[in-house]
Design a binder for this molecule. Structure first.
Ligand code: SAH
Length: 213
């Protein structure tokens, strides 16, 4: 058992060096978080040997845990220092949530499917992440009561940037979100004094953001 845990540590280190740092993610806080969070625990038991592969994996309910590089890339794009209040839309396995919680103190996460939210919450609590705030519901409308957020990360693809979400950004806030149907691009939305700046970053493939309406 201990040997197997050592294997996973080695696999995480290799994942960080070859898939993440080698492709240009250099934020040490992000790299440290990716080395620390036990990714294998966030995937179904029978696919644990593949947990550190360079690809997304199924987590049940037709949903996926994102490719490690994409998790790191999106997290780095938020330029977190540690003081931010962050909203995640699409808790899924809770993996991205844990990576955020390693970096900042205040993480709020919304998931549409209660089965996934409940499972992620149980695992994250077991791992000692006790300060995360969970909500079951449609994340397209954000989490009004706790807004504004310094950073928002959306981990499912929206047909367009949801306005209600954008409006929950604090001044100077940043949001990273995949936009498009089928073919999608990752966008970084920055709130500025005169409005929002939208920057296209890279092509991606995410599961769709399901509209509850
Ligand atoms: N961040 C996750 C990735 C999950 S995949 C991880 O690290 O594992 C995207 C998730 O978004 C799925 O769990 C899906 O159920 C959820 N989702 C889809 N539409 C949603 C919506 N409108 N509001 C909140 N969550 C949504």
């Amino acid at each position: 058992m201990a040997d197997q845990e050592d294997d996973f540590i080695t696999q995480r280190e290799t994942m960080v060096e070859l898939q993440i740092r080698a492709r240009g993610v250099i934020d040490e806080k992000v790299l440290a978080a990716m080395r620390k969070v036990p990714r294998h625990l966030f995937v179904p038991q029978k696919i644990r040997p593949f947990a550190h592969g360079d690809e997304p994996l199924p987590i049940g309910e037709g949903q996926t845990i994102s490719q490690p590089y994409i998790v790191a890339y999106m997290t780095q794009a938020l330029e977190l220092t540690g003081k931010e209040k962050v909203l995640e839309v699409g808790t899924g396995s809770g993996y991205q949530t844990a990576v955020l919680a390693e970096i900042v103190r205040q993480v709020f996460t919304v998931e549409l499917l209660s089965a996934l939210s409940d499972r992620a919450r149980a695992l994250l609590q077991e791992l000692g992440y006790t300060d995360i705030h969970y909500k079951v519901g449609d994340g397209t409308s954000g989490w009004e009561e706790n807004a504004p957020f310094d950073a928002i990360i959306v981990t499912a693809a929206a047909p367009a940037v949801p306005k209600r979400l954008q409006d929950q950004l604090s001044p100077d806030g940043r949001m990273i979100i995949p936009v498009g149907a089928g073919f999608q691009d990752l966008f970084l939305i920055s709130r500025e004094r005169r409005g929002f700046r939208k920057k296209k970053l890279l092509p991606v493939r995410f599961v769709p953001l399901i509209s509850a309406h």
